[in-house]
Design a protein around this ligand. Structure first.
Ligand SMILES: C[S@@+](CC[C@H](N)C(=O)[O-])C[C@H]1O[C@@H](n2cnc3c(N)ncnc32)[C@H](O)[C@@H]1O
Length: 247
């Protein structure tokens, strides 16, 4: 487990290539001192991916709309998105809906076919018993064949794209700390066991905790000289990898 202190644009390229990059950059939507749009990190991150690697980025619809051309220019293609639903959200505007969600969007290099990207399909064991009749789907939607089968109560089905996780308000060490359980889910789906995760905007190091739980290696980077040692201490308090594994 490595937690670097400094600018990810300078430090992270030398620590790749990564099987998975997690990026939770400042959205540029609040008056917090560090909440300023960071330019130029995307092409560097895209270059730092392994051929089968992908990138999950946190953001709001507003921040993704503002940066959409940057993803295309970096040679990245949209794969899918998850809506993270929180138990309570933030009020940014008194005259709009209370925002209780954030987006988590996965991108992959346009030079690689999606089927060659590492992807352990996310499933939940909550199917209801019924007869399923499935039509054949075109090749571009994953070569899904036709079938008729009986699903069982409690059997597997594809995980839903809206996922509810409690946010960490009240116990967080960072103002926008993400839930470990959410990061754990992403990591298990998109990083092979023993793979290397690059967390380019590490904040509290929450993704490092998730990486440890999932048995993946972790390199995080945080520019804030006060937050980085706190994240480092958090990671140091976790159990080490079993003997013989790379830390
Ligand atoms: C949205 S927060 C990340 C929160 C983190 N995901 C967590 O769960 O704790 C963004 C972080 O990026 C850091 N940051 C901003 N610019 C950076 C840069 N150029 N390199 C590395 N970190 C940066 C900020 O200091 C801030 O802590």
């Amino acid at each position: 487990m490595i937690l670097l202190c400094g600018d990810c644009r300078l430090l992270m390229p030398d620590h790749g290539p990564f099987d998975l990059i997690i990026a939770d950059p400042p959205y540029g939507e609040t008056s917090l001192v560090w909440d300023r749009h960071v330019r130029g990190w995307l092409p560097l991150a895209a270059k730092a991916l392994k051929p089968h690697g992908s990138l999950w980025v946190f953001g709001s619809l507003r921040s993704f709309m503002a940066t959409a051309p940057d993803f295309r220019a970096a040679g990245l293609r949209h794969a899918q998105e998850i809506v993270w639903e929180k138990q309570n959200g933030s009020i940014f505007h008194a005259d709009r809906f209370r925002r209780v969600h954030e987006l988590l969007v996965q991108f992959y290099p346009a030079t690689t076919r999606w089927r060659n990207i590492y992807n352990a399909v996310a499933k939940t064991d909550d199917a209801r018993g019924r007869v399923v009749r499935r039509k054949k789907r075109p090749f571009h939607s994953g070569n899904i064949g036709s079938a008729v089968y009986h699903s069982l109560d409690g059997g597997p089905r594809l995980a839903r794209s809206v996922q509810c996780f409690r946010n960490t308000h009240g116990r967080a060490i960072h103002p926008t700390e993400k839930p470990v359980a959410l990061l754990d889910m992403i990591i298990r789906v998109s990083c092979p066991p023993n793979g290397v995760i690059g967390d380019w905007f590490a904040g509290s190091g929450a993704a490092g905790v998730a990486a440890r739980l999932a048995g993946r290696h972790y390199v995080g980077c945080e520019i804030d000289a006060e937050m980085a040692p706190r994240a480092r201490d958090r990671l140091a308090s976790l159990l080490p990898f079993p003997a013989g594994e790379r830390a």
